[in-house]
Write a protein that binds this ligand. Structure first.
Ligand SMILES: C[S@@+](CC[C@H](N)C(=O)[O-])C[C@H]1O[C@@H](n2cnc3c(N)ncnc32)[C@H](O)[C@@H]1O
Length: 230
């Protein structure tokens, strides 16, 4: 289904945020990585500048850089206003303040936009959406998905989440998902049935506490591997 840009919050995170959210080691950064729902994150651009290999997939990439930039500036101040109005919901350790958060989102977007059109032409940004990915089995070593699954549990069903995670496990040997909370800062109701489903299907899973927390309580990452590939 075609994405409507006015439904999207095109906020993207940077390489240092991805490293913290996903506990990425120097070895991890050398893996073939697919960033699913990467949106306007600068992760891919910053990795490319370091000679690393990332393919980002998102329905947002159906839009051009000007459209993404305009949508970002149409929503950013309203979102920062909402953050300021809900001080108890946020933790200012990684980011120091709402103003710094805004500055970091602008910086990530600017970096992304500078890399986007060229990267898209070279296949580093691919239009696509969960729960189906257009890649062959085990094409990647690591799939990362941040701020999409679990976060939007009120918008997407358990079946969607299950199909999405198993699809990422089809194209990558390991999958990491962050955060495990919903937008309402509640643990996603899908986590526990999904973990049971994964165990039944021969996957090892681990929930790791990571050094990144912005949503209060949102400092856990799910890491999944097929048993035998550990
Ligand atoms: C809040 S952004 C997160 C961007 C990035 N992962 C980060 O953490 O900086 C959520 C992204 O999910 C994308 N998205 C929405 N529906 C999707 C789907 N079905 N499959 C993959 N991505 C989707 C949106 O386009 C948006 O870019």
């Amino acid at each position: 289904m075609a994405m409507e840009l006015d439904q999207v919050v095109p906020f993207g995170r940077s390489l240092d945020e991805y490293q913290a959210m996903f506990s990425l080691s120097p070895d991890d950064l050398d893996k073939k990585i697919i960033g699913v729902a990467d949106g306007p994150a600068s992760f891919n651009a910053e990795m490319y500048a370091r000679g690393k290999h990332v393919v980002s997939v998102d329905p947002l990439y159906a839009f051009c850089s000007t459209e993404i930039e305009q949508r970002f500036y149409a929503v950013v101040d309203e979102i920062i206003r909402q953050v300021n109005e809900t001080p108890d919901d946020w933790v200012w350790t990684f980011h120091q303040s709402p103003e710094q958060l805004r500055a970091r989102r602008v910086h990530a977007l600017t970096h992304f936009l500078a890399h986007y059109e060229g990267g898209k032409a070279e296949g580093r940004y691919v239009i696509g959406e969960l729960p189906r990915l257009s890649f062959s089995d085990e094409r990647f070593q690591l799939a990362l998905c941040s701020h999409f699954l679990f976060l939007y549990s009120d918008h997407f069903s358990y079946e969607f989440h299950r199909a999405a995670v198993f699809e990422m496990l089809r194209v990558a040997r390991e999958v990491r998902v962050f955060p495990l909370l919903t937008l309402a800062l509640k643990p996603s109701p899908y986590l526990s049935p999904l973990l049971e489903d994964l165990t039944r299907n021969g996957y090892h899973h681990e929930i790791r506490t990571v050094p990144y927390e912005l949503q209060r309580g949102g400092n856990q990452m799910l890491c999944i591997k097929r048993i035998g590939l550990m």
